[in-house]
Design a protein around this ligand. Sequence first.
Ligand SMILES: Nc1ncnc2c1ncn2[C@@H]1O[C@H](COP(=O)(O)OP(=O)(O)OP(=O)(O)O)[C@@H](O)[C@H]1O
Ligand SMILES: [Mg+2]
Length: 497
Amino acid sequence: VERELKILVLEDSAEDYEIELRELRKAGLRFVSRRVETMGEFEREMAAYGPDLILCDHQLPTTDGHEAIRAAREKCPETPLLIVSGSLGEDQAVECIKRGAVDYIVKGRFASLGVRVRRALEEAQARAERHKLEEQYRHAQKMEAIGRLAGGIAHDLNNVLTAILGYSQLWLAKLPPDDPNRNDVVEIEKAGQRAASLTRRLLAFSRKQVLSPRVINLNAVVRDVERLLRRVIGEDVELVTTLEPSLWNVKADPAQVEQVIMNLAVNARDAMPRGGRLTIGTNNMAPDVTLWVSDTGTGIAPEIKTHLFEPFFTTKGLGRGTGLGLSTVYGIVTQSGGRIAVQSEQGKGTTFRIYLPRVLERAEPLPQATPRPGPAEGRETILLVEDDDVIRALAASVLRAHGYTVLAAPDGIEGARAGAEHKGKIDLLITDLVMPRMDGRTLARELTARRPGLKVLLMSGYSAEENPGDEAAAALRKPFTPRELLARAREVLDGTA
Ligand SMILES: Nc1ncnc2c1ncn2[C@@H]1O[C@H](COP(=O)(O)OP(=O)(O)OP(=O)(O)O)[C@@H](O)[C@H]1O
Ligand SMILES: [Mg+2]
């Protein structure tokens, strides 16, 4: 339904005002209007009335058109203003247009008023739409640039952190429990873990995570996190779920969707310091499935909304928020082919709504996260190919210290040669994905062709191009700890990965 227009008319003649209204009605416009006579009233009504269109007499007893145009451009820059005048010379008319009026009409030739008002309104609407598109485009470009920066930093830091974490754990394994230096190494390891968790979230934002997407039902994920959620949000917040019983399936990484729900729920809790209601819901909305998280908290101010998904944007005090929660959510959702929208009213609450494309395949059961305990040692022979010297040396010494025989090579070509020259059995190839000369994937293909039964574990720094998520081969994400390396190697060797 077309909304009624609001027209503000600066005009000292009541008679001319009536004629103008009649012309506009004749042209079929639906509107309400208000007439003002002085600049004071005019300025006040621009703010209070919020007009969609301004008609303005050029010669008033107390002011002229130029003054009115100046005021209108300041107070309502988006609202089209038309000058109406008893007698307006060509020069004066041009001057008015230069100053920002969109058109001028000479009194006595009112017949064209309707057409010209319509045109002015259409142009204003087109302008507003163009602004909105430009704004969206700028925003997308900004997010893209920040994402590249964040991804680049995180990628390089991951190699450094793998070394820091690895060597501190190796050292800890060697130091006797009562060694006075032990605590220092523990602190180094803790700091490394904190940094690793930052880079993980930065990678998530830059959509460079290694995802393991599978066909899932979002209701199952919500039910899975519900218990944990109740503990996280505390007793003052009521948790309600409204799940669509015949919800369609989506393809996404269930662990990441859990992360999304958790981050949104924690934010919702923070927005309701004196309690409230947190609602998590699902819906079918062709062609998408939606998951929404809604709170009755403080709401979000419009000037904050545009920055919400930027990494490190937070309104929480020092040490209370990192500003990575929503950027992680944004990264996960967009990398999964979805999008996210936010709706918020200050003082009333906020709803985040996630749209993921529906898939027609049947859902797989959610994987149970139960890490296998026990010694992750072995006697097998492993070919380790990695171009980063520090990581290669670290991984080799960790594996050797746990019983394995390790052949190490700095790139794919050397790795292929080592594989060809070795006389005995090779049980497992552990290789980096991106390397100079020959990448890990090619190497794995060549070696498995020649040595059937050779198992493969791919190490991946990041990036969707090297995302091993969809492949048959198992993956190990950097930065990894010696424990993770040993556990993964054992799983792949045992065929339980
Ligand atoms: N449900 C909400 N209600 C009100 N404000 C919100 C809500 N969710 C997010 N915000 C605002 O968005 C900002 C960014 O959220 P984000 O989750 O990215 O970072 P954070 O919560 O401040 O820190 P972190 O999640 O890293 O601990 C918050 O600081 C807050 O101002
Ligand atoms: Mg947060």
